[in-house]
Design a protein around this ligand. Sequence first.
Ligand SMILES: Cc1cc2nc3c(=O)[nH]c(=O)nc-3n(C[C@H](O)[C@H](O)[C@H](O)COP(=O)(O)OP(=O)(O)OC[C@H]3O[C@@H](n4cnc5c(N)ncnc54)[C@H](O)[C@@H]3O)c2cc1C
Ligand SMILES: C=Cc1c2[nH]c(c1C)Cc1[nH]c(c(CCC(=O)O)c1C)Cc1[nH]c(c(C)c1CCC(=O)O)Cc1[nH]c(c(C)c1C=C)C2
Length: 476
Amino acid sequence: MPPTVAVVGGGISGLAACYHLARGPRPPKVLLLEASARLGGWLQSTRTADGAVFEHGPRGIRPGGVVGTDTLHMVSELGLEGDVLPVPGDHPASRNRFLYVGGALHKLPSGLGALLRPVPPFSRALLWSGVRDLLAPAGTEPDESVHAFVHRRFGREVADIAVDSLCRGVFAGDCRALSVRSCFPALFEAERRRRSVLLGLALGSGKERGAESALSRRARAERWSQWSLRGGMESLAEALAAFLRLHGVELRCHAPLRRLHRHPDGRWQLTLADGTVMADHLVSALPAAALAEVLPAEAEPLAQELRRIPAVSVAVVNLQYEGVTLPVTGFGHLVPSSEDASLLGIVYDSVAFPQHDGTGAASVRLTVMLGGAWFGQSFGDPAAASPSLLLQRAQAAVREQLGLEPAPTRSIIRVHQACIPQYTLGHWQRTERIGRFLAEQQLPLSLVGASYAGVSVNDCIASAKAAVGRLVGQPR
Ligand SMILES: Cc1cc2nc3c(=O)[nH]c(=O)nc-3n(C[C@H](O)[C@H](O)[C@H](O)COP(=O)(O)OP(=O)(O)OC[C@H]3O[C@@H](n4cnc5c(N)ncnc54)[C@H](O)[C@@H]3O)c2cc1C
Ligand SMILES: C=Cc1c2[nH]c(c1C)Cc1[nH]c(c(CCC(=O)O)c1C)Cc1[nH]c(c(C)c1CCC(=O)O)Cc1[nH]c(c(C)c1C=C)C2
C-alpha cells in the first residue's frame, strides 16, 4: 500500500503541493482537506453574465525568475496556454505606475532624465540616492526593518515615499515593522555580497531559470511584466482541481481540520467535523495561526512560533464605471501611509486586462484596496466592518484621486480577514526555530504557504514544490 499524504488547506499552496505529489513516478495516496465550500483560497474571481471578470485576490503573476518560469511550466502542463493574458513589456500597464502624493498623481520615475533631475514627488535627483548607496558602508545587523534599511542606503525620501508605498502594494504592510531580510531577500543579500545594493543587484547571478516551456520563452521574448487568465485567477485553482481529480487525488471541501494527534504508530490522526482520518505525512498549507490552533499539546513550542507570524486584513472594493475616462493610463497607483493610511492604492484593472471588461458598454474597472496594517485604526474590527462605509471610502477615493464623478454601475465589496502574512523583524529566526523543531522532533510534517517564505502566488507554488521534493527525496 502506498503511504497516505494528507494536504490541509485548499488554497494555491495546498493545490500545488497535491499537483507535485500526484505527478511523481510513484505517487502516494493524496487527500486534500479544505475547510470552506470552495478551493483556491484567496484566488477569487467573480464572472458576470456579460463576460466581465472581477478579481478579489491576486490579479497578476510575474513571469520572471525561477519561480515565475516554474509557474508557467505548470500552467502549460495544465493546458492553460490558450487562456493566458500577457501584459507585454511595452504596454502602459508595464511601464506606468503612479504614486498619489500631495493630492496629485505622479508617475514613478524611469529613464535617465529622472536620474539626473528632481522628479516630483521626490525633491532631489535619484542619482544622489544611488551615489549614497554606492558609498555607504554595509550594514552589520542580522535583520533590519525595510524602512531603516532603505533610509540608511538611499535616504529618507526614498524610504518614506517609495518604499512605504511598495510595502503597502505588496504586503499591505508597514515598512517600519516589516523585515528587509524576509520581505526583500534580494536587496538584503545584494548588500551583504557587494556592500552596495545597486552593485549587488547589477552583478547578481540572475542566470538561474526554472523548468522552461514555450510559454516562459515567449514571456521572456515579449518581456511580459505579468499575466492573468481569461477566466480570472480562480481558473488556475479550477484547472489544478481538475488535474488532481484525474490523477486520483481525493479533494474534500467542507472538511475543516479540528485537531491533530500523533498515533502511537507514528502516523497522524486528523480529527475532522465528521470523523477521523489517518495519514503517514501531513503537508500543512494553512496560514500559520490556523495550524497553531490544531497542533497537539506536545508541539506547543511550534504553536508559539507560528502564532508570532501575524497577518493583516484588506478590504477589496471592485468598481465598474461606464462612460468615464481615466486621467492617466498604467497599472495603478499607490498611496503612501503619510498621505492616507487607510487607502492602500487603486488598481486600474481595465488597463492591464481589458479582456476582463465584458461585452457591456465601454467600461472602466478599478479595484480599491483599503486597510492592511492600518485596518483596525481606520475601520475597526474587520469582522464587523461596514460594507457601505467601505464602499463610500472607495468611491470618495476614486472621485478625489482619479476625478471620476459618476456613481459606479457595479460594486463588489469583500473584507479579507488576515489575508496577507507579515514578515516582521526577526521572521528569519522564527522560521529557523520552526525548522529546527520539526527536524529535532522528526515530525512527519511539511509547512508550505504564504506564511513562511514569500507571499506571491509564485512563491506559494515554489514552496509547495520544494516541500514535496524534500518529502519524496527528489529535486523537482
Ligand atoms: C487582496 C490580495 C491581493 C493579492 N494580489 C496578489 C498579486 O497580484 N500577485 C500575487 O502573486 N499574489 C497576490 N496576493 C498573494 C497571494 O494571492 C496569496 O499569498 C496566496 O494566494 C496565498 O495562498 P495560500 O494557499 O498559501 O493560502 P490561502 O489562500 O490562505 O489558503 C489557505 C486555505 O486553508 C483553508 N483553511 C484554513 N483553516 C483550515 C482548516 N483548519 N482546515 C482546512 N482548511 C483550512 C482556507 O479556507 C484556505 O482555503 C494577493 C493576496 C491578496 C489577499
Ligand atoms: C494596494 C494594495 C495591494 C495591491 N496588490 C497587493 C496589495 C496588498 C498584493 C500584491 N501585489 C503584488 C504581489 C506579488 C508580489 C510578487 O513578488 O510578485 C502581491 C502579494 C504585485 C505588485 N503590485 C505592485 C508591485 C510593485 C508589485 C510587486 C511586483 C511587481 O513589481 O510587479 C504595485 C501595486 N499593487 C497594488 C497597486 C494599486 C499597485 C500600484 C502601482 C495593489
